[in-house]
Design a binder for this molecule. Structure first.
Ligand SMILES: Cc1cc2nc3c(=O)[nH]c(=O)nc-3n(C[C@H](O)[C@H](O)[C@H](O)COP(=O)(O)O)c2cc1C
Length: 267
């Protein structure tokens, strides 16, 4: 899993080959089985650009998209982020490119194709296809614009017991790989809102809101938090740890301006 997480990048330029039926079937079968820690059901659909009259100004050369919808309830975003990232990594394992898209799409057309009702939400979609050898100029510029190839330093994101004490990679011990997996995750406009405090055998995840987000009916950065949960868990399991998910605010001082999301206890 860590190899897939390191290898994945957003793919916006595809080679035009239609998604092979066996690949589509495998992805949709996988998607239907992924569970999330909040037990929130998500309905996944494979959509067709032409038939469903879809468009995204940033994607070229892909005709298939995957989208998911769910009830508009608390924790829907984190559940979606966690689940969709597992699907994204599965697609990566098949050599299929993806890009999380929350904004740059004809949202009305996608929601219509998904049959989204008033009490439902369809946070993101992704193209599914085979990456082109060369990125389009627009993709190259987009990546530069959000510094897509870089991430914040370990010490800026992770803390040792208290928010006053940054955690260095060298001092992270068994948690080095799982935390590195969180650090490498994709996030909306690469804002990396995840902050984590390591307290003995537990980690606590917090969301650091960026300005200008969260005015929607749903919070796109909570989707990023779901991705962080997914990456931490996959990394921890790979290291032989047994992370158990739970939600109980540890009330760590210094968390002003941050929102507590969830914790993992290593058993
Ligand atoms: C929740 C979420 C929403 C995103 N929305 C968009 C989008 O609307 N359009 C787009 O081109 N990329 C979008 N991205 C992709 C990010 O810009 C990208 O993940 C980030 O820049 C890091 O680059 P990488 O995925 O290549 O590692 C989104 C990513 C996430 C996680």
């Amino acid at each position: 899993m860590s190899e897939l997480i390191r290898r994945r990048r957003s793919v916006r330029t595809f080679d035009g080959t239609p998604l092979r039926e066996e690949d589509a079937d495998r992805i949709m079968e996988f998607a239907s089985k992924v569970e999330n820690p909040f037990d929130i059901p998500i309905e996944w659909k494979l959509l067709d650009r032409e038939k469903d009259q879809l468009s995204s100004p940033v994607i070229t050369g892909a005709d298939s998209f995957i989208a998911g919808k769910m009830q508009r309830i608390p924790r829907a975003e984190e559940a979606f982020g966690y689940t969709f990232e597992k699907i994204v990594l599965f697609a990566e394992s098949l050599g299929i490119g993806t890009t999380w898209i929350a904004g740059t799409m004809d949202r009305k057309a996608f929601e219509h194709a998904m049959g989204v009702s008033d009490n439902e939400v369809m946070p993101c979609v992704s193209p599914l296809g085979y990456p082109a050898v060369k990125m389009s100029l627009r993709e190259t510029l987009m990546r530069k614009g959000v510094k897509a190839d870089s991430r914040f330093d370990f010490e800026k994101l992770f803390f040792d017991g208290t928010f006053e004490k940054p955690l260095s990679e060298q001092n992270a011990g068994d948690y080095k790989l799982p935390l590195e997996m969180v650090r490498l995750g994709p996030s909306a406009t690469n804002s990396q809102p995840w902050r984590i405090v390591l307290c003995e055998d537990q980690i606590h995840l917090y969301e650091k809101h960026s300005r200008g987000y969260g005015s929607n009916a749903w919070d796109v950065q909570k989707i990023d938090m779901g991705i962080a949960m997914c990456h931490f868990e996959l990394g921890a399991v790979e290291c032989g740890l047994h992370p158990v998910f739970h939600v109980e605010d540890p009330c760590i001082p210094g968390a002003e301006g941050l929102t507590y999301i969830a914790s993992f206890l290593m058993e």
